[in-house]
Design a binder for this molecule. Structure first.
Ligand SMILES: O=C(O)CCC(=O)C(=O)O
Ligand SMILES: [Fe+2]
Length: 207
């Protein structure tokens, strides 16, 4: 009986290998320049019209905006909002399938938002998995900034539990994935506007 599963793209395979070995992975040129630009324009336009809202931290009664802890403004995506977003969500669907096949995670959904960090905005060290909601399993960030010299700051700093910290500069088209429960991370302040898409693959809720 031949293997019926379609081939996983070699880029996805690299991502899977990095996750398995280190708990995180970075891929440059993950999105095409064309799609990155379309998403960047959409994010910038939405920010300019005031459609992004100050992001909150915490859940339930503790949920509140604390801009010194988390300074980005966000807009959650819905399927069908634009051709570019639908292309992005379709690509992330192929990543979801690859993650499930490689790690048997039972991921059944993906939630994602645009984020804009104005100059000086940051996000202090945190974990993406909530204490009272452990369904977020794999975190994703895709950057939408063309030409981002490292001196502009704004790195994502990952703090693996068993390895030195790693900085990832938010250069357009770049993907970072990491395990939501185990990877403390922070966003360092930048000198320029910093645009991204953040997202989370969620597990099926238990019955
Ligand atoms: O933008 C980034 O590099 C990371 C964002 C982040 O940690 C989050 O939204 O939870
Ligand atoms: Fe995070």
């Amino acid at each position: 009986m031949p293997n019926e599963l379609p081939a996983v793209s070699s880029l996805h395979q690299l991502t899977m290998n990095g996750l398995a070995l280190h708990g995180w992975s970075q891929q440059n040129l993950f999105l095409s320049d064309e799609l990155t630009l379309a998403l960047a324009v959409e994010c910038r336009d939405e920010a300019a019209t005031g459609a992004l809202a100050a992001a909150a931290v915490g859940r339930g009664a503790a949920r509140a905006v604390h801009s010194a802890i988390r300074g980005d403004r966000i807009l959650w995506l819905q399927a069908g909002r634009s051709e570019a977003c639908d292309s992005y969500l379709l690509i992330m669907e192929t990543v979801r399938v690859a993650l499930n096949r490689e790690f048997f995670l039972g991921l059944d959904s993906y939630e994602s938002h645009f984020a804009h960090y104005a100059p000086g905005a940051a996000y202090q060290v945190h974990l993406d998995r909530f204490r009272d909601d452990d369904l977020r399993t794999v975190s994703v960030v895709i950057y939408l900034n063309p030409d981002w010299p490292v001196e502009q700051g704004g790195a994502l700093r990952l703090h693996p539990l068993d390895a030195p910290a790693s900085d990832v500069s938010p250069l357009g088209g770049r993907l970072v994935v990491f395990l939501s429960a185990d990877m403390p991370h922070e966003v360092l302040p930048a000198t320029h506007d910093r645009l991204s898409l953040a997202g989370w693959f969620r597990r099926r809720p238990p019955n």
